[in-house]
Design a protein around this ligand. Sequence first.
Ligand code: COA
Length: 207
Amino acid sequence: MNQNLIIIGAGGHGKVAADIAMKMKKWDRISFLDDNVSKKEALGIPIIDTITNWHEYEQQCDFFVAIGNNTIRKNIMTQLEGNKASIAKLIHPSAIIGEQVLIEYGTVVMAGSVINSCTKIAKGCIINTSSSIDHDNNIGEYVHISPGVHIAGNVNIGALSWLGIGSTVINDVEIASNCTIGAGAVVINTINEQGTYLGIPAVLHKK
Ligand SMILES: CC(C)(COP(=O)(O)OP(=O)(O)OC[C@H]1O[C@@H](n2cnc3c(N)ncnc32)[C@H](O)[C@@H]1OP(=O)(O)O)[C@@H](O)C(=O)NCCC(=O)NCCS
């Protein structure tokens, strides 16, 4: 663990990530990198450089990629991993994490979230505000679980999928990789095919 944390991305998601990092009290100094050169700070935290210059800081810093888009987040994290950079995970102190839960690096767990026993969350995920992920789930790499999502037990979610705000997934189903589940949708059947799914029950809207 380094004393400095660099958060990549100073947008809305970056500010929430920085707020969590401050509350964790693990780093002496937090800075942002962002490609908007007209912006000098966010949340009172300085933006010290552009994202493309991240490697200039790799020896002395932990990194966290705070980009909401799953694919862009993956691409930047892959570059960091390629250089063996230290990638942090961020867990808000108010999150409730059960026994035998595994949360990989590069993942953020936001305020009020509940992750129950024996669930695995892979690298680079966003577990957004007040979401609940019950027991024995497998959440794949670079998944975004939006605010207020509820996922019952024994659910598998494939890499890079995005569950929209307030959506619900019943127990014992799977969601394929690269799916979008619309806001408020209710998934009651396994989804095998990549696409956007909407409604109650959730049905394929477009491939
Ligand atoms: C599903 C979503 C990604 C849009 O997908 P899209 O394919 O671009 O859909 P469009 O916006 O073109 O809308 C297509 C149709 O689906 C409808 N639709 C869109 N989202 C819907 C939803 N969540 N539930 C039901 N219907 C929806 C639209 O009203 C539209 O209907 P129409 O054809 O009768 O006019 C978006 O609406 C959504 O739900 N996003 C989630 C946002 C979120 O969770 N943000 C949290 C960030 S932390």
